[in-house]
Design a protein around this ligand. Structure first.
Ligand SMILES: *Cc1c(COP(=O)(O)O)cnc(C)c1O
Length: 397
């Protein structure tokens, strides 16, 4: 477990550590480069294209480091599409949104190369305009194949999902004219999953949409592929890609977010106080789960913590919690080798994803600054957040 923390050791041992204001995120370029190399090897062995899903990680200072390895960016709407175009201009820009807006579509055409629609109605509404502007046009399909349990909010194939066109709807509403507009199909059904889940999903896609796939130029297999995780079966992934490309003559795209920046960030925090309630010892941190790592509560999950264990086998057990007024602002319970005291520094791991792009200032909590840890060991502050960032999003300035 602790090897995910090897990058931060030099920072913790550095003389500037006392001067660093916490909480703060640290993005580790070495780990990002490692992930990028893994993805580049999949690209070179299969001929697929891999995009960064920016909703998971959009710290654009690091896009130049990624752009040589991956094929571009994926956006959830106008702003991410613009960011991808501005900050990774060498790559393709793909966008998927559950519903596009009339007042944004023209601007979106300036940034996006591929536009994926979520419904046949949206395809009908915007498809011709997209086509006339030289865009590659796609439709998100829903293969109705759930391969995950326990995380319904992350399962686009859950019953009643709004995401993607089912075959029944396709059969009712698709017309030859609309089909003519389509360059590709898109499915996104996975979340932190291995390639066995992709294999099952691809079979479902073939059963439901195999008849129309040969008409397509590309097939986008979405994100949720945990490609850079140690136990990920890359060979099975590559078989699935190669199969699709051979069977249907499509260019395969993947758009992982998490896999691009997996384990590539740390979150540093200090203990502000230690309190006790009925035998439970609670360390109050200057970091909040609700504000700074919302997926800890939303997913939920317990993030890795340096020199501590989340199964509480170590002798000193503490609940770690935030400084906000939310009772449930709890990160988790961990075991330590020693007592915690005010001023101790703690380091959470795997904190580059779904954090800096998802945090908030609830309770007037400050936005944690973001630092970069370069491959040569240089440690650089990238942001300077303060009161202004809290205030300016709330009213007249
Ligand atoms: C969330 C999402 C992704 C990225 O998912 P990860 O789990 O971060 O890999 C890619 N494509 C779409 C359409 C998504 O909604």
């Amino acid at each position: 477990m602790n090897d995910i923390f090897d990058g931060i050791t030099s920072v913790l041992n550095g003389e500037n550590i006392r001067a660093i204001k916490t909480p703060c995120y640290v993005i580790d370029e070495k780990k990002l480069s490692h992930n990028a190399e893994v993805l580049a090897s999949v690209i070179s062995r299969t001929g697929c294209k891999i995009l960064l899903a920016q909703k998971a990680f959009s710290n654009y200072d690091f896009y130049p480091l990624l752009s040589g390895s991956i094929s571009g960016t994926e956006a959830s709407g106008l702003y991410e599409a613009r960011l991808g175009k501005e900050e990774m201009p060498s790559g393709e820009v793909h966008v998927f949104c559950a519903a596009y807006r009339d007042d944004e579509f023209d601007e979106l055409l300036k940034y996006a190369d591929h536009i994926v629609f979520n419904s046949i109605n949206q395809l009908k509404k915007f498809g011709v305009t997209a086509k006339l502007n030289g865009k590659s046009v796609g439709l998100r399909i829903n293969p109705e194949c759930s391969t995950q349990e326990g995380h319904e909010i992350y399962d686009p194939c859950a019953k009643g999902s709004r995401l993607g066109v089912t075959r029944a709807v396709w059969d009712n509403d698709m017309t030859p004219e609309l089909l003519e507009l389509l360059d590709g199909l898109h499915f996104h059904t996975l979340c932190e999953q291995n390639s066995d889940a992709l294999e099952i999903t691809l079979k479902a896609v073939e059963e439901k949409f195999g008849d129309v796939l040969p008409r397509m130029k590309w097939l986008n297999m979405g994100g949720g592929h945990h490609i850079t995780k140690a136990d990920y079966d890359v060979v099975k992934l590559e078989k699935a890609i190669t199969y699709a490309q051979a069977a249907w003559g499509v260019q395969v795209y993947l758009e992982p977010g998490e896999a691009v920046a997996l384990n590539a960030g740390y979150f540093l925090t200090h203990v502000l106080d230690v309190v006790e309630n009925n035998g439970v010892k609670i360390a109050i941190l200057d970091a909040s789960a609700a504000c700074h790592m919302p997926d800890v509560i939303e997913m939920p999950y317990t993030p890795p913590l340096m020199d501590a264990d989340s199964d509480c086998k170590k002798p000193y057990v503490y609940r770690l919690a935030g400084p906000t007024c939310l009772s449930g602002d709890v990160i988790g319970e961990y075991g330590f080798d020693h007592e915690l005291k005010e001023g101790d520094i703690l380091v959470f791991g795997d904190m580059a994803i779904y954090t800096t792009c998802k945090n908030n200032t609830f309770n007037g909590m400050p936005l944690p600054d973001i630092y970069g840890l370069k491959a040569d060991g240089v440690f650089e502050k990238l942001t300077d957040f303060g009161y202004k960032d809290f205030k300016y999003r709330l009213g007249k300035s």
